[in-house]
Each structure stands twice: as C-alpha cells, then as structure tokens.
Design a binder for this molecule. Structure first.
Ligand code: R5P
Length: 280
C-alpha cells in the first residue's frame, strides 16, 4: 500500500498531497533530543512511501535522510521523495574556484535511498540531472496564476532568468508579460533598472521562484509604483521570508504577498499539491 510520510517541514502540503493521491498519511514520530539530534520513527509498514520534506533549513536535510532509511526498514520497496523546496538549489555550479556544488552533493545523498524524486519550481530545472534516479521538476505557476486571474493586467519577472515563469503565468491569465533589469549589489540589496513598461494605472503581478530577503521584490515593487502601477502583487513558489523580508516588501508598497505551501508561512495561500500529485 502507498502511504504519504510527512516530514516536519511541509505538513500542510503533505496532507493535501495525501488527499490528492487518495493515500493515507503514515503515523510518524519526529522529535529532537535535548542536544538537537533528530529522532524519526514510522509506526506503520508500507510497500510504497511518498516522503514529503524540504532540504531547507539544514536540519530538515538530516530528517529527510532518516525518514528515507526508516521507510526502507518499514518495508517500502519504492521510496518516492518529494522535496517541495529544494534548498541549496541555487548553488548549482562552481561560481568561484574552491566552492562546493551543494545542489549536486545533496542529490547524491538523497538518491541513496530513493527510487524517484519530485521537486517544485527549482531555481533551475537542470538540477534534476544531478540525480542518478528519475527526477522531475513540477511547477506551481499554474496554481499561482489561476489565483491572480482577472486581478492583474501584466505579469513581470524580476529578472531575465525568470522570464519563462512570467510567460507561463501570463498565458494562464491571458495578459502580457515582461521582465525587469535586476542588478544584485549584495546578498540583501538589489537594484532595478526601470524599463519603459506600460504599467501606469495597471495592476502588476511579479512572480519569482523564491522570496528570501525580499530585496528583489522590494526593489521591483518600488520601481513599478514609481512608474504609476495602481497595484503590485508579489508572488513566489517558495516564501522563505528571511529576516525582515515581509516588512521590506510591505514598505515598498506591495498590495499582497502570496506564496505556496512548499515552505509554510502566513503567506502560504496556494497549495502546490495538485502540481506534485500530477507529477507523481
Ligand atoms: C534569484 O535569482 C532568485 O530567483 C530570487 O530572485 C532570489 O533568490 C530572491 O532573493 P531575495 O528575496 O533575497 O532578493
């Protein structure tokens, strides 16, 4: 029998996924010892396990690896790993000599006890190629776009690299799309070069894969509001909201912040479960 195992990082998504797959959630204990080490236990046996757990922040990685081990010991011949947010996905190559390729190393660890992997909107789709098992990237863009359908006049990507995502969302909504010129000044600070965009009086959706420090979104919103946009909405698949990200985005004039349930927060308005279920 197929059972869904909810790691502690995305319990809502795991619940929604179990429902979409018409599979039960396995009874699981995950707790921490006083010294911080993690303890996992599955209370049921199963033939097929679908483990839902992020590789972010760091402590969730070790929990995922132990859940995989426990699933095999519980009898699972097939272990499907769902990593809703693939943390470390942005370090997908050597940018400067001497660096680790974190995304590839994680893949090698996960595949040891997995038969397949599904992740949602990784920073770059090609990280699935780091896996020696079938690995797929699905997208929550359809779900995000449907949420905004009828509410926006244009979709913008915060940089050129995110154009495909904006284009896909605009296709669902039935509106134009474009991108902003982004220059990263530091880990937290971003500069947007205003482009001549027809945003005056219009409602704009900015869609990104990740909101981390909020620097990208804040700069984009400020630039669009300065050009006369009547409303600017910030949407992402993975809302990490590090530090004062929400305050920065709000102070820039954002009219609504929306994320999926890959990383749970107060802004997880949309579930990525339908996209994951379709991929599984
Ligand atoms: C970068 O290329 C990503 O797509 C996001 O734009 C970035 O991770 C967002 O980070 P932050 O919120 O810190 O600007």
């Amino acid at each position: 029998m197929k059972k869904v195992i909810a790691g502690s990082s995305s319990p809502t998504l795991a619940r929604n996924l179990a429902q979409a797959l018409n599979a039960p959630l396995a009874e699981t204990t995950v707790k921490r010892f006083p010294d911080g080490e993690v303890y996992v236990r599955l209370h049921e046996s199963m033939e097929e396990a679908v483990i839902v757990q992020n590789t972010y922040p760091d402590h969730n990685i070790i929990e995922l690896l132990f859940l995989q081990d426990a699933a095999r010991r519980a009898g699972a011949d097939t272990v499907r790993v769902v990593v809703p947010y693939y943390g470390y996905g942005r370090q997908d190559r050597v940018f400067e000599e001497g660096e680790a390729v974190s995304a590839a190393k994680l893949a090698r660890l996960i595949q040891q006890d997995a038969d397949s992997l599904v992740t949602v909107d990784p920073h770059k789709d090609y990280i699935t190629e780091f896996f020696g098992i079938p690995a797929h990237a699905c997208s929550a863009v359809q779900e995000i776009a449907s949420f905004f359908a009828g509410r926006v006049d244009m979709v913008l990507a915060p940089d050129r690299g995110a154009m495909d995502r904006a284009q896909a969302a605009a296709r669902v909504i039935g509106c134009p799309h474009d991108y902003l010129e982004k220059k990263r000044l530091s880990g937290k600070e971003v500069e947007m070069h205003p482009k001549e965009l027809e945003v005056e009086g219009g409602a704009v959706l900015i869609i990104d894969d990740i909101i981390s420090t909020g620097g990208t979104m804040a700069a984009a919103i400020r630039s669009l509001k300065a050009q006369g946009a009547s409303a600017v909405y910030a949407a992402c698949s993975h809302g990490l909201f590090a530090g004062d990200a929400v305050e920065r985005i709000t102070a820039a004039g954002c009219d609504d912040i929306v994320a999926t349930d890959t990383v749970e927060s107060a802004y997880s308005t949309i579930s990525a479960a339908p996209a994951v279920a379709a991929c599984l």
